[in-house]
Design a protein around this ligand. Structure first.
Ligand code: ATP
Ligand code: MG
Length: 158
């Protein structure tokens, strides 16, 4: 999978949601040459869609600003998805990848969700030999990092 192209395709799928909420989607950086990873496209799509959906869902309408960066670091393709949403408290941050965990459920009831999205994302990333992590400042926003090992050059499918 050519990750740069694939990430764009996934973001495109959420175009409608983003327009509805007035999201500013900014692609700050894409590598000059394609980054190939060996991955199950459907699973990868699930991960990307959930993270971008979260960034949209947990941001104030009209103030939603998402930045996406793709880089090559140490033989890995690293995707950074940054939002300027409500953020996650220090207490909650270590738990967001747990199953059924939803930070501050009272505040989040309006947004809905099962709390499974990130748990599934983590499982999928691990299946692919990758990693996922997040940093966040409450009231400021959240950044999610995904890292996947690059496959041998030219090997684009798998
Ligand atoms: P689902 O994805 O299953 O529909 P969900 O979005 O609640 O439900 P996760 O995607 O696993 O579940 O996220 C877990 C929790 O982490 C969320 O309920 C929310 O509290 C917090 N969270 C995740 N992403 C963000 C974000 N970008 N900004 C703020 N909080 C977030
Ligand atoms: Mg979610």
């Amino acid at each position: 999978v050519d990750l740069g192209q694939y990430v764009l395709d996934c973001a495109q799928e959420l175009q409608f949601d983003m327009e509805k909420k007035g999201v500013q989607f900014v692609l700050t950086e894409l590598p000059k040459s394609p980054l190939y990873v060996t991955a199950d496209r459907d699973k990868l799509r699930r991960v990307l869609l959930n993270i971008i959906e979260n960034a949209i869902k947990y941001s104030e309408e009209g103030q939603c600003h998402i930045t996406l960066t793709l880089r090559e670091i140490d033989g890995h393709a690293v995707i950074q998805i940054k939002d300027r949403g409500q953020g996650i408290s220090e207490e909650s941050l270590p738990h967001i990848f747990d199953r059924f965990y939803r930070a501050d459920p009272s505040r989040n009831t309006a947004t809905g969700g099962s709390g499974l999205g990130l748990a599934i994302a983590k499982q999928i990333m691990e299946e692919h030999g990758g990693r996922i992590s997040a940093t966040s400042i409450i009231g400021r926003g959240t950044t999610v990092y995904m890292a996947l090992p690059l496959s041998q050059q030219g090997e684009s499918e798998g």
